[in-house]
Design a protein around this ligand. Sequence first.
Ligand SMILES: *Cc1c(COP(=O)(O)O)cnc(C)c1O
Length: 388
Amino acid sequence: MHDLTCCVQHPAVSHDGFSSLAVPTYRASTIVYDDPESFARRSERGLDGYTYGLHGTPTTRTLEAQLTALHRGVRTMLVPSGQAAVAVTMLAVLLPGQKVLIPDTTYSPVRKLCEDYLAPRGISHAAYDPLIGSGIADLIDPQTRLIWMESPGSGTMEVQDVPTIARIARAKGVLTGCDNTWAGPLLFKPLIHGVDIAVEALTKYVGGHSDLLLGSITVNDPTLRKSIKDVLRLVGIGVSPDEAALALRGIETMGVRMAHTGRIAREFAQRLQTSAVVSRVLHPALPSCPGHETWKRDFAGSSAVFSIVVRPEFRERVYPAMAALRVFAIGASWGGTRSLIAPMNVAGDRTVRRWDSSESLVRISVGLEEPGELWSDVESFLAAIAAT
Ligand SMILES: *Cc1c(COP(=O)(O)O)cnc(C)c1O
């Protein structure tokens, strides 16, 4: 073989005796075929076959299968981010003239998607109180095609009665989707509670190290799966096997990371209730959190993200007091090893459950640092708020 040919054809080596615990990273655009017939008939390979790198590799399929198993679903599809998971789902199920109901406390880019992208294309939306429960029945009109849920709510942490909303929607022939990023499949499995579509930002707890962006959509119904796959294919959305490989590594330690950070977050939340600068602590594991009883009934445990509400008289102190932090980093995308803190501006994102803008919401995500050192940091922050 000529050297130049030799350069582009990798020699086949033996795999005999090689058995690794790690999932190989298979990179591919082109998939090659044994003969022209199988190439010509590649579309017959179906949604589970390999036809082109964009539509899946053994690496991405491994992560999809693992998430499917954790959710007790039938199929999972990976997308480039959590936001893409929500957007692709909505594009797959909503047509002009139809309507989606969104919780007032939804991740704010989802509300923006409804307002700035779907609305101009004839798809309407209405926000509902996340604590509406069976009252959702009154909001379902003939145009309603999808009820979106996110539990607990972004920032303000209201826990939704997912099983009740899912049951009412199904009885009326309306689809349901749930953004399960806070809990992940270890703490809550939406499909088991009757939801049609479970969506997650793998960017957070599955990735676990603040270094990747990925989302997932898990369903039971093959027709729904086909509609979502169609959008991915037509719009040209796929994910990198390298991102999937990082997520496959992250998911292995998700259980211990979440158990540890969830326990510490719960302890911090409890202690913060006695702080003089804090008016409320919003963590689903605390009885004072709206929807706490629902959390107790439906969730397997506590995650590491919660919020504190700083009393109005200390409002102006919140930003400057963050200079006292030595261990916490200021940032949004939680679920990594580092503890994060972020002032949240929720008032502008609420149209149903109004938020008093004199109350400042600070979101806390507990990471893997030494808990005593972390708590000292929290205390310095509170002391800096109180110091006038
Ligand atoms: C972070 C987050 C998202 C978006 O995930 P990205 O991967 O950052 O796009 C969606 N929903 C919730 C609840 C989130 O916390």
